[in-house]
Structure formats: structure tokens, C-alpha cells
Ligand binder design. Structure first.
Ligand SMILES: [Zn+2]
Length: 288
């Protein structure tokens, strides 16, 4: 299926089919996901083109959802010290519940680890859990948190969670991006069950994308890494031709290059725009 419309589904017909092969093939990237920034018939297209994601590394912004659940359970009221400290919130409101938590608090880390353990017990078929923070910048400004980089605070959390769930769920993954304020590579080792996807935009580390893969991988027990790319966005490209998601030359360049840098998860934001992008998407799916 080239484009996700019936007119573009081509099924060759032959009276007899005869084939003699002894070949085992598997995708280079165990997860390749075109993340739609607008709705399109991704399901059909993925399925019919044998697009794949196994295991699925979930890396969406998610810590805010944990914060909401802990708030609903009354835990954040009972323990205001778990909330991110925001000196700009006004007198007496600095530790009000928000979408952000105080990640230097060791008791909070235990609470989050128990939360993830409970999640996998309820959803044992799922491959991963995302500990990617809320988008934007509400990082805790308390004294302890300020002593570490956002990256190290986040990696400490992911490592703690991984160690807690490892015994019961050794094959699960914790997904995060290396993005925005937590783009810079970590100074502590990353647990093998943590899957990191450096982003190709909003990378404030000062490193190129290629350097990001190399530097992050220096201190990772997981032998592989992922990429979070931006092929085209409505807000950037307005659906016009010319974005990298529509360029076949880009597809030819990036898939072998990133594979050689240890990338095995390829996720990218990609709108529909099939007239200008469809052929490149189709080829990308074959190359991944
Ligand atoms: Zn803090």
C-alpha cells in the first residue's frame, strides 16, 4: 500500500505462485513509527506495509499523568514535598501540585517505582512505560534539585524504577527522550532497561545529533539507542512540499547512518500530506 487510500492499494495477481527461498530477514530497526501530528489512516497503512514496532518503546510526555494520579489519590496533599518547588508561584504556593515533581526526593522515587510496578502488574502484555517529563519547563527549583542537571535527575528516576521492576519484569523498558532541558548527556550510567531517544530538534546540549548518540551511549548499559526525528510539522511546514519527510535522498542517508550509530528505534513526527510525502514514507518503511 503506497498511500493509505484504496486507490493506492496494489495487489498483484498471478494464477500460480512458486517460490523457493531459504532466507531469514528482519527489520534493521525493531521499531519504526511515523508519529502523526494530524490524524490519518496510519493503522491500515502500517499493517498492510508490515510496519513494525516490537517491542514498543513508549516515550510520550507522561510524568504529568503520574502527578495527576498521585494528586487524585491524595498523596501530593499528604506529601507536599513531592511537588516541584516553584518560587514564582507566590507565598505559600511554592509546593502546590502541578505537572512536575521533585525528582531529588528519594521517597518520591519509591512512590513512582511502585506506581510503575503496579502498572505492569495490571498491564503485563505492554512492553514499556514512559517516564518522559511534561513538555515545557516546570523543573523543580529546590536546592537539592538545583545541584544536579535535569538529565541526571531523570536518569536517577529511570534507574530506580528499572531496578524496582527488573526482578518481576526483566523484559520491560522505560522510555524517555533526550530532549529540551534534559538533552545533555548524563554523568551517571543508564540502566539496561532504559531506552533513550535523543531528539533531532529542541536539542539544547550543544552536541550535534550524531554526537548525542555517541556521548549518551558512552554510559549506557543498553547497547542501543533511539532517535526522535521531525520530518514535518503543520506549524513548521504548513503541509508544503520540501520538508525532509518528503525527501527520498534524506531517507537514503539517515537509515544506514543512524543504524551504524547504534540506533534501533526510529520514531518521527510526520503529518499526512500524502501527495508530497507519501512516496518517501513508503521508501522509509522499506529501508527501516
Ligand atoms: Zn526538587
Amino acid at each position: 500500500m503506497v498511500f493509505p487510500r484504496e486507490n493506492w492499494e496494489i495487489i498483484p495477481r498471478k494464477e500460480t505462485i512458486s517460490i523457493r527461498v531459504n532466507v531469514e530477514e528482519r527489520p534493521d530497526y525493531f521499531m519504526f513509527v511515523l508519529q502523526a501530528a494530524d490524524p490519518w489512516r496510519r493503522g491500515d497503512w502500517n499493517r498492510r506495509n508490515r510496519n513494525h514496532a516490537s517491542p514498543w518503546i513508549w516515550n510520550s510526555h507522561n510524568i504529568q499523568n503520574i502527578a495527576i494520579k498521585l494528586r487524585n489519590r491524595g498523596i501530593l496533599k499528604e506529601h507536599p514535598e513531592y511537588n516541584a518547588y516553584n518560587p514564582g508561584a507566590g507565598p505559600g504556593k511554592e509546593r502546590e501540585p502541578s505537572y512536575w515533581l521533585c525528582l531529588s526526593n528519594p521517597d518520591l522515587l519509591k512512590v513512582v517505582a511502585e506506581y510503575v510496578l503496579e502498572y505492569f502488574r495490571k498491564n503485563p502484555a505492554l512492553d514499556s512505560f514512559s517516564l518522559e517529563p511534561m513538555d515545557g519547563d516546570g523543573w523543580c527549583r529546590c536546592e537539592q534539585c538545583q545541584k544536579q542537571t535535569p538529565t541526571d535527575l531523570l536518569i536517577t528516576l529511570t534507574n530506580d524504577v528499572a531496578k524496582t521492576i527488573e526482578k518481576e519484569f526483566p523484559d520491560k523498558y522505560i522510555g524517555i527522550l533526550a530532549y529540551s532541558k534534559h538533552s545533555s548527556p548524563q554523568t551517571i550510567r543508564v540502566h539496561r532497561m532504559v531506552y533513550v531517544l535523543p531528539t533531532t530538534a529542541f536539542n539544547y546540549s550543544g552536541n550535534t545529533t550524531e554526537e548525542q548518540f555517541l556521548k549518551w551511549r558512552e554510559k549506557m548499559d543498553n547497547p542501543y539507542i533511539g532517535i526522535y526525528d521531525y520530518w514535518n510539522l503543520p506549524i513548521w511546514h504548513c503541509g508544503l512540499p520540501g520538508a525532509k519527510g518528503g525527501r527520498i535522498s534524506y531517507m537514503k542517508e539517515v537509515f544506514p547512518k543512524y543504524y551504524n550509530l547504534g540506533v534501533r528505534v526510529f520514531q518521527t513526527e510526520a503529518i499526512g500530506g500524502w501527495a508530497q510525502n507519501g512516496l518517501a514514507y513508503y521508501i522509509a518503511n522499506k529501508l527501516a
